[in-house]
Design a protein around this ligand. Structure first.
Ligand code: PRP
Ligand code: URA
Length: 207
C-alpha cells in the first residue's frame, strides 16, 4: 500500500539516460514514453478482467477483456510526455486533462485547465506526471479527479521525493503511488535532486 517503486533494470537504464544533462529533447521524450509503457505493464496487474466467449480459427473458447473503462489523467504539461506510452499498452483508454503549473515563489499549484471524460466514477483512473516534488500538483490533481467522481485512482510518476509522497498520502491516504525512483532531496528551489531538471522544458524544448 502507499508507495510502490518499479525499479526494473530496463526502466533504470532509460531513467539514467533521461537524467543526463546532454540528452536531447527527442531522446528524453522517447525514453519517457517507453518507461511509461513499462510501468503500465506492472501497474495494470490488478485491472479487473471479464471472461468472454470467442472463436479461434480452431475452436470456440473463453478469453478475457479488461472490464473497466481506463482513464489516463496527465497533468499538463509534463504528464503528456508519459501518456502516449501508457496508452499504447491500453489503446482503449480515454484521456482527461488537468492543467497546473507551480507558482515559482510559493511552489503552490495554479490550475488553468480541466477536462474530464464520461463515467469517471466507473473508471480505473491513472493520474500521470513524471515529477512528484512538493506533491502540491499531484494532490490537487487527485482532488480534482475525486470532484469528477473518480473512486479508483492511482498516481504514476517517474521521479519522486518523500515530501511529495507524504503530501499525497496526507490528503489521499488510500492512493497507490507508483514511481521509478525515490530521489534523496528536494533542493531550495523545489527541484528534485539529483532529479532530471524541469521535465516540461526538457520534453517540449522550451529552455
Ligand atoms: C512540474 C511537474 C509537476 C510539478 C511537480 O510542473 O510536471 O506538475 O512541477 O512539482 P510539485 O510536486 O512541487 O507540485 P510545472 O509546474 O513545472 O509545469 P509544466 O509541466 O507546465 O512545466
Ligand atoms: N518539476 C520538475 O519538472 N522538476 C523538478 O525537479 C521538480 C518539479
Amino acid at each position: 500500500m502507499g508507495l510502490n517503486i518499479i525499479n526494473h533494470p530496463l526502466i533504470l537504464d532509460k531513467l539514467t539516460r533521461m537524467r543526463k544533462i546532454e540528452t536531447s529533447s527527442k531522446d528524453f521524450r522517447e525514453n519517457l514514453n517507453e518507461i511509461g509503457q513499462l510501468m503500465a505493464y506492472e501497474i495494470f496487474r490488478d485491472v479487473p478482467l471479464k471472461e468472454i466467449d470467442i472463436e479461434t480459427p480452431v475452436t470456440k473458447t473463453k478469453g478475457y477483456t479488461v472490464d473497466l473503462p481506463v482513464v489516463l489523467v496527465p497533468i499538463i504539461r509534463a504528464g503528456l510526455g508519459m501518456t502516449e506510452g501508457i496508452q499504447r499498452l491500453v489503446p482503449t483508454s480515454r484521456i482527461a486533462h488537468i492543467g497546473l503549473y507551480r507558482n515559482e515563489e510559493t511552489l503552490e499549484p495554479v490550475q488553468y485547465y480541466a477536462k474530464q471524460t464520461e463515467d469517471m466514477d466507473k473508471s480505473y483512473v491513472l493520474v500521470v506526471d513524471p515529477m512528484l516534488a512538493t506533491g502540491g500538483s499531484a494532490a490537487k490533481a487527485i482532488e480534482i479527479a475525486k470532484e469528477w467522481g473518480a473512486k479508483n485512482i492511482k498516481f504514476v510518476c517517474l521521479v519522486a521525493v518523500q515530501e511529495g509522497v507524504d503530501k499525497i498520502l496526507a490528503s489521499h491516504p488510500e492512493i497507490e503511488i507508483y514511481t521509478a525512483s525515490l530521489d534523496p532531496v528536494l533542493n531550495e528551489k523545489g527541484y528534485i535532486s539529483p532529479g532530471l531538471g524541469d521535465a516540461g522544458d526538457r520534453i517540449f524544448g522550451t529552455k
